[in-house]
Design a protein around this ligand. Structure first.
Ligand code: OTU
Length: 652
């Protein structure tokens, strides 16, 4: 096997773009085969994107042999795929180019595993009425491409970017689904796992069989010493169940890089062929009608010795190059960064880093999510205030993705920077929150479980939101009501602060944890299965019964969703302002010109003087947009765990 060190590319000299490529005779010939309108659009986009695309790719691969020819081929493949876009997708692209903020108009997301939500992709189409009822306009389906033999990390070990997981359906089913969703006003977001592939992916198999071309798609380390040199600065994602970042492959007498499970082989993005393959796969899926990609594990794409191999500058060049290719071939498509990183590391994913330029439209606000859980455990909102204070305004057309729960654990360590600013002993709070949600602290109502934690180091917490807020442990109607209020509070914060909030499947019906009996049937030992239940038809049947927690949560979420649609100010882009309300248990956030959100994270009622907090010199009128009431600004009483969405106006 050839010696293949992990390539740590040296920054190349920057030269002017080889403009001869831009509209080379072969690209011109390709464009000439297209209908005039399509051709004009592609020429326009290519000329708008070429300099950026060339710049980012030259930084990444300019030093590699045959760069110009490689780039020409990449462009030619891109134009070919662009030319295959159906007429309706072509029209969608044009509409969205004209209205680039289309996704900032009160969109609401929903996230689900296709099989658990509805059995298959066809089943998902049957659930469109449910999504409609909630006001969902964006459906994120967790990986549905063909996965490796289970356990496969819930599909995050992809065995083919070209095929659908047979148990979920076919390519035709996917196209049907995207069409049906689109006509129902719902954009389909597909997970896209670009950091790694399954060891059963054809590339890995060919690499194993000794093909040097495919061996170069992966990272290889040749000695235990090298492994430990790398490991010194690397984090561990599954320290208990998949320790370390490398897996020994006997056939190669070498270790391959496996950040996550040993069966997930990290791709080597220092190899331009990998970039081109992944870019093509994304464009092909776009052509099937996928309107958004959740780019999984983006932070990990580039490895550099001596660093933690996260958020490297090259990651952003890769993402900006992908954005450019999308802007050429499928500009209607949104890119979402899944970078579960502290807030301070996220602006570059929106293109605000050292190399500025359009990057992702969306990114998960993981710190805000984790902070709201800490706040619930502590009954104090300081940590949310700190996170919001650290949350920068975003460029036009970019939004935070806010959420309460997802298919992963609640990762606590994203909050370290905020805590460290408060003092050296503050990380202890994360351990306490984890213990609280595992039901281990005295008086805890939560029924979650710690994930990958040890007594010395806290990592994450598993569990469905409803189990974490106390519904599973509630013994009395009062305890049940408080649990419902906590769940609604968490969602009303996520829906108030986010650009594109996500409901995690089952939360709308207060679905609980997977039962121990069902857990025993799940393959592998992944604790995150605890919050990956199957859609519960009996809970669904109760959704309009307001005497049940299912009905109460469902109605509350529908109300929040409706209020966002009816009051555009509730979704106004731009920075949020945290108000000082004089109570450490209540969060006050201003959004847009007139919207004000109040969130009581404690079990005690609180009386607020908003006139003072708003520093209003004139009389203030408040309208509760959810309850159509006009509360008195000087003595507004917030019950335990209550949230209020208010419209403010001052009178002359
Ligand atoms: C992502 O997760 C996915 O969301 C996980 O479901 C996958 O297991 C993983 O990638 C590998 O594909 O750090 O930024 O609980 O938060 O694995 C990527 C740990 C990630 C997850 C973490 C995560």
């Amino acid at each position: 096997m050839p010696c293949m060190p992990v390539i740590d590319s040296v920054a190349p000299d920057f030269t002017a773009p080889s403009t001869s490529l831009f509209m080379s005779p072969s690209l011109r010939a390709l464009l000439n085969t297209l209908a005039p309108e399509r051709r004009a659009a592609l020429e326009r986009r290519l000329s708008a994107q070429f300099d950026t695309l060339h710049d980012r790719l030259f930084r990444l691969y300019g030093h590699t042999h045959g760069f110009d020819a490689w780039l020409e081929q990449l462009l030619s493949q891109t134009l070919q795929l662009a030319s295959q876009r159906t007429a309706d997708l072509g029209q969608l692209d044009l509409n969205r180019e004209e209205n680039p903020d289309w996704h900032q108009a009160a969109m609401l997301g929903y996230c689900a595993y296709a099989d658990k939500f509805a059995g298959s992709l066809r089943g998902v189409a049957q659930r469109i009425p449910h999504l409609h009822e909630l006001g969902v306009t964006y459906l994120h389906l967790l990986p549905f491409l063909k996965a490796g033999t289970p356990p496969n990390d819930g599909g995050f070990a992809v065995a083919s970017y070209e095929d659908i997981e047979p148990a979920l359906g076919t390519g035709a089913d996917l196209q049907d689904l995207t069409r049906q969703l689109r006509s129902a006003g719902i954009s389909l977001c597909s997970d896209f796992v670009l950091n790694h592939v399954s060891h059963e992916h054809a590339w890995a198999k060919k690499a194993l069989a000794g093909d040097p071309h495919y061996q170069a798609y992966f990272h290889w380390v040749h000695s235990p010493e090298q492994v430990s040199t790398w490991e010194q600065s690397l984090p561990q994602i599954f320290p208990q169940t998949a320790p370390g970042n490398f897996t020994y492959i006997p056939a190669q007498k070498a270790w391959t890089w496996t950040t996550f499970y040993p069966y997930q082989w990290d791709l080597n993005y220092a190899n331009p062929a990998v970039f081109a393959e992944v870019a093509q796969a994304l464009l092909k899926l776009s052509n099937q009608g996928v309107e958004s990609f959740r780019l999984d594990s983006t932070a990990f794409l580039w490895k550099r010795i001596g660093t933690h191999c996260l958020n490297q500058p090259e990651v952003h060049w890769i993402l900006q190059a992908i954005r450019s290719l999308m802007a050429i071939a499928a500009p209607g498509v949104l890119l979402k960064a899944e970078a579960i990183m502290p807030t301070r590391d996220l602006p570059p994913y929106f293109g605000l880093g050292e190399t500025r330029g359009p990057e992702c439209h969306l990114a998960y606000h993981a710190s805000l999510m984790s902070a709201s859980w800490v706040a619930l455990a502590e009954q104090k909102v300081q940590i949310i205030q700190d996170v919001l204070a650290n949350t920068p305004a975003l460029p036009d057309g970019a939004s935070w993705m806010s959420y309460v729960r997802c298919h992963d654990d609640i990762g606590w360590n994203v909050l370290r920077p905020e805590l460290d600013l408060r003092g050296p002993d503050q990380r202890e709070r994360l351990l306490k929150a984890a213990q609280f949600f595992a039901g281990e602290s005295p008086g805890s109502y939560a029924r979650g479980a710690s994930f990958q934690s040890s007594p010395l180091s806290v990592h994450g917490t598993n569990g469905m939101a409803s189990a974490l807020v106390g519904l599973a442990s509630a013994q009395t109607p009062m305890q049940q009501a408080l649990a419902v209020d906590r769940l609604v509070l968490m969602y009303s914060l996520a829906l108030f602060v986010g650009g594109l909030p996500l409901i995690y499947m089952g939360d709308e019906l207060a679905l609980g944890n997977v039962s121990p009996a069902d857990m025993a049937t799940r393959l592998g030992t992944d604790g995150r299965e605890l919050h990956r239940p199957v859609f519960d038809e009996s809970a669904f049947a109760l959704r309009h019964d307001l005497s049940t927690p299912q009905g109460q949560v469902f109605a509350a979420l529908c109300d929040l969703s409706r209020a966002r649609r009816e009051h555009p100010d509730l979704c106004a882009p731009g920075a949020l302002t945290v108000l000082n309300l004089g109570h450490d248990t209540v969060l006050g956030v201003r959004r847009g010109q007139r919207s004000l959100g109040l969130f009581n994270f404690s079990a005690e009622p609180v009386s607020l003087n908003l006139h003072q907090a708003l520093e209003a010199s004139q009389a203030v009128t408040l309208t509760d947009v959810l309850h159509s009431e006009q509360p008195c600004p000087d003595t507004l009483v917030l019950p335990p765990y209550a949230a209020r969405w208010l419209e403010t106006s001052t009178e002359g």
